[in-house]
Design a protein around this ligand. Structure first.
Ligand code: ADP
Ligand code: ADP
Length: 226
């Protein structure tokens, strides 16, 4: 697929000819320098942007062929976590995680049950009623992860989710993602500019440079040849 942004002055070819297949259950890393096209790729997978050419499939659905209503439903299959967490500041941990479920119209009792399970899963049982400002960076990202899982997505997209964290906290968040992948079988697509992140948990990797995939394959193969 291809993505060209039409600015008011000139066209920017953000992605040239990207052809990428990610298997169910994989932790798939996408690494590249700033401006390489990583965020564009994520926004295409999540259908926040439309491809200029080509097709995007998620779990047997062609995402760029759906009606608005189908799209809203399909987007629930894709959870997303962010570098700066994007939490709601005036809501507690519990309320942040409950938020996407309220929007989806899930009954209150089910919300309570699901949110409490998620809070336990990410290790924040003691902090359920804390506000984001009372949490460490790692704890904030744990809330972000729980919120992303609330609607039981098939795919979790991580956009530089550990880039604002120190190395030790980064490792603990990566271990949590690994556990989620193993326990729940969720496919994880992880965008980063840090080699360490890829080497720690990814099965496969694509190296993206100036809108093109320049290398792709199992992490050990891509990063060990001369
Ligand atoms: P990365 O996430 O790897 O830093 P991006 O996907 O953000 O890369 O950007 C890829 C290219 O597309 C860059 O040249 C960037 O300036 C351009 N770009 C990104 N978003 C837009 C936009 N909304 N309008 C115009 N150009 C954009
Ligand atoms: P960061 O590491 O990016 O500062 P924060 O957890 O501090 O992340 O902020 C998360 C989000 O909440 C950001 O989008 C930020 O703009 C927003 N935010 C930060 N402080 C406040 C505040 N006092 N009131 C409302 N929103 C805030």
């Amino acid at each position: 697929m291809k993505k060209v942004y039409n600015g008011n002055k000139e066209e920017v070819v953000a992605l040239k000819e990207i052809n990428l297949e990610i298997e169910k259950g994989e932790i798939y890393g996408i690494i590249g320098y700033s401006g390489a096209g990583k965020s564009t790729l994520i926004r295409l997978i999540n259908m926040l942007e439309e491809p200029t050419e080509g097709e995007i499939w998620v779990d047997g659905r062609q995402m760029n062929r759906l009606s608005q209503k189908e799209l809203r439903k399909a987007r629930q299959e894709v959870g997303m976590i962010f570098q700066h967490f994007n939490l709601l500041w005036s809501r507690t941990v519990f309320e942040n995680i409950a938020f996407p479920l309220e929007i989806a119209g899930v009954p209150k009792e089910e919300i309570n049950q699901r949110v409490n399970e998620l809070i336990d899963l990410v290790g924040l049982t003691e902090r359920a009623n804390a506000y984001p400002s009372e949490l460490s960076g790692g704890q904030k990202q744990r809330v972000g992860i729980a919120r992303a899982l609330a609607n039981r997505p098939k795919v979790l997209l991580s956009d530089e989710a550990t880039s604002a964290l120190d190395p030790k906290t980064t490792d603990s968040i990566l271990e949590l993602l690994q556990e989620i992948n193993r326990k729940m079988g969720i496919t994880i697509i992880l965008i980063t500019h840090e080699m360490h992140v890829i080497q720690k948990i990814c099965h496969k990797v694509a190296v993206i440079d100036q809108g093109e995939i320049v290398e792709e394959g199992p992490v050990l193969e891509v990063f060990t040849h001369p």
